[in-house]
Every structure is written in C-alpha cells, then in structure tokens.
Design a protein around this ligand. Sequence first.
Ligand code: CUA
Length: 259
Amino acid sequence: MGKFWSLLFLAVPILGVASFAAAPFYGIWLPEDISEHGYAVDHLYYFILWLTAAVFVSTEVALFWFLWKYDADRNPDATQYVHGNHRLEVVWTLLPSAVLLFISIYQIKTWAEVKMDPPDMTPTVEVIARQFEWRLRYPYTKPKQGSWKEGDPYQYGPDDVYVVNDLHIPLDEMVLIDLKSADVLHSFFLPHMRIKQDAVPGSKIPVWFRAKKTGVYDLVCAELCGWGHYKMKGRLTVQTRKEFDIWLKKMQKEQEATK
Ligand code: CUA
C-alpha cells in the first residue's frame, strides 16, 4: 500500500510541472511584452521561476525517495523518532535566508530602473481608481493657448479631457501617469506593459513606461477591492502620436458639445 501512496504523491508534482511546461503551447503564459523595460521584469520572473523550480523538483524527489525507501512494508522495525538537530536547523534556516538575500540584491538594479526615478515631465494622464472603474483625466489646453503645458507638471485646467476605462497613450514616448484612488486600495495592472502598481487612497503615485507596439491591450484591477472587482477593467490603446492627438481632440470636442 505504501508504494501506491508514494507513486500517487509523486504524480502531483509531475502533473504540476507537466501542466506548467505545457502552458506556453496552449497560449496560457505571460502576455506579449510591449514595454521598453519589460525584458528586465521578465528576466527576473524567469530567473526566480527556474530557481524555485530547481528547489521544488529536488525537494519533491527527496520526499518521494523517503516515502519509497522508508515504506512500512519494508521496514518492519518500529520507527525511532529524532527530536531536533541543531546543525540541520541552522543549515535549513541559513540556506533559504541566503537565497532570499541574493534575490533581493539581484533585483535591485531592475527595481531602480523601472520604479525608482520618475521622469521629469508633464503627466500624460491622471488615473483615478474607484469602485469599480478607472477615471482618466488628460490635461488639455486648446491649441491656440499653447499645446501641452510645460513647467508645473501638475497644472490641470478646465479643458481637461475626461474618459472612463479607455486609456490611450502615444507610441514610443515616455508616458507618466498620476495614479490615485478615490476610495479603497486598487491595483493598476497593465499586463502587456509589465506594470502593476497599487493605487492608494490619499497618495499620488507616479507610474511611467514607454510602449513599443501599437494595439489594444488589457487594463485591469489586480487588487480585490470589493464586490465589483471582477468588472473593474478597461482598455489600453497604444497609438502613434498623430492618432493619439486626433483621438484626444475628438474626445475634447465631444465633451465640449455636451457642456
Ligand atoms: Cu479595483 Cu479591484
């Protein structure tokens, strides 16, 4: 009977690893990366994935081997339990600590590149998360008054363009977002852009990135924020600067017409 349980136990990690390995062939893997910094995030992801995979596989093999070897059928003598082994305790405390320390040091450069130093520029758009939608505000001035405002990056005016859930950004330009929350914790998640940032009530958090491919992508909330969390999704449209300007003007005209 012990063999049956050993093999059943072994089947779990084998099926787990197999489904993991098969996932990319069924298109259920990381979405396409369309951001400038995405390669660095993906590299970290794969690095940690392989590291944990190695630990997982070796642990499971050892576990199976112990189950198999010390099966009661083949070991009729009563088991002698050992209570504590200081040397082992020290080893299996220090080893994971060293690995975690290594990971935390290893990722510093990427973190610094991607999250530490917001660009000094006018925000492209203000994003206010609320239950359960994304409210967007594009700072806008009429062309005759000068185009996009330079200088004070947080000057918003009466001609701002308001949009809900439909985030548009220009291709191949640095995009800076003012991220806020109107109520509870949300998480601004652009999976194709490798961007995920909590929106925290009372805080204004800068989010920046550069898109490398036009198209329509997902914008979702990645923080359980209430009963409607599941439907808190929008769209990210990456378009050329020309198309973006046309879209923004169109939105502004529509908005003016309803005033
Ligand atoms: Cu907002 Cu989940």
